[in-house]
Design a protein around this ligand. Structure first.
Ligand SMILES: NC(=O)c1ccc[n+]([C@@H]2O[C@H](COP(=O)([O-])OP(=O)(O)OC[C@H]3O[C@@H](n4cnc5c(N)ncnc54)[C@H](OP(=O)(O)O)[C@@H]3O)[C@@H](O)[C@H]2O)c1
Length: 298
């Protein structure tokens, strides 16, 4: 494998723009790891609060960018990133910008192009953690964009969380981030509906929780099986529970919700998709074939 030479940046100064809950956790992790850390935040008090921990408080964005070769950005959204960086665009030339602000794949590509126009090297990042998890083994950050920035500043990035590089296209990190969160929220929707059903009788959610957790863990294995069917386009391979049967059983879920006085709104959308796929002649296949109905672009 090709080995690239990178300057030793294990102690490089780092700037953090944005000290909300997440930016503060990132800055603290860098300080703890011994990086010379300059911080800036729109509301200055949050930057001042980190000074006793060793942070250098830059009064302006320009000063903050000037202070370090690596600029980590963690603001509310891409509009605030653009609004913060555009006035100091001229000072970004030659800088490495790691933008860990959540956004969409399109926003990441546009930001990468804008940064390139300013002469900056751009790395996009998706943080797969909540602030207390930062700098613990449970946290990871997905990166995409400049491989050069990722390799050169790996020590600082690794001080935040486990770092995973996905490729040169800046859109890859937010795409994976959002796909993971979509899976998570789908699961949360099911969990909330399940608890609403259980609470419709005199049963404590806590008494049901171990059974639900165990069941979800067992079902998580379906992700790998579905992936094989989706990649091959053969939704009839290895079918254990065919879609026609599942569609019929799903009607019971909706019926039971109504009987128990639980709104079906979190669960309802899957039903018509199953019925459509069965009506299209795919009843003998697996549930995974529903992705064919979800994808509106080839
Ligand atoms: N918290 C999490 O669990 C979590 C997990 C993964 C990813 N993230 C992502 O990390 C990013 C930051 O999240 P957070 O939890 O730190 O949010 P937060 O606590 O609400 O902080 C938001 C930050 O953005 C700044 N900001 C907002 N609008 C601005 C503007 N127009 N110009 C300049 N600065 C502006 C705020 O400055 P002020 O202090 O002046 O208001 C603050 O520093 C978000 O993109 C979020 O989706 C968060």
């Amino acid at each position: 494998m090709e080995q690239r030479e990178h300057p030793d940046m294990s102690n490089t100064p780092v700037t953090v723009l944005g000290l909300g809950d997440m930016g503060t956790a990132l800055a603290r992790a860098l300080l703890k790891a011994g990086f010379r850390t300059t911080v800036w935040n729109r509301t200055a008090a949050k930057a001042e609060a980190l000074v006793p921990e060793g942070a250098l408080h830059a009064a302006t964005v320009a000063e903050a960018v000037e202070a370090s070769p690596l600029v980590v950005v963690c603001l509310l959204d891409y509009d605030s990133v653009h609004g913060t960086l555009a006035p100091v665009a001229a000072s970004l030339a030659g800088k490495a910008v790691a933008n860990l602000t959540s956004g969409t794949p399109r926003q990441a590509r546009e930001m990468a192009a804008w940064a390139a126009d300013q002469g900056a090297d751009y790395l996009d990042g998706g943080i797969m953690a909540v602030p207390p998890m930062i700098a613990t083994p449970a946290a990871f950050v997905l990166y995409s964009g400049s491989r050069e920035v990722f390799d050169t500043h790996r020590a600082a990035l690794d001080a935040l969380a486990r770092s995973e590089y996905l490729g040169e296209d800046a859109a890859l990190a937010p795409l994976h981030d959002i796909a993971l969160l979509s899976g998570m929220y789908g699961m949360f929707a099911g969990i909330l509906h399940a608890y609403a059903l259980i609470r419709s009788e005199d049963i404590k959610a806590a008494d049901f929780a171990p059974m639900l957790g165990g069941w979800l863990n067992a079902m998580a294995g379906a992700a790998a099986g579905f992936a094989e069917q989706i990649d091959s386009g053969d939704y009839a391979q290895g079918v254990v529970s065919n879609l026609a049967m599942q569609a019929a059983a799903y009607d019971h879920l909706l019926e039971a919700a109504e009987e128990q006085g639980v709104s079906p709104e979190l669960l309802a959308p899957l039903g018509p998709l199953m019925a459509r796929r069965v009506a299209d002649g795919h009843g003998h296949e697996d549930l995974s074939g529903l992705v064919e109905l979800l994808r509106t672009r080839p």
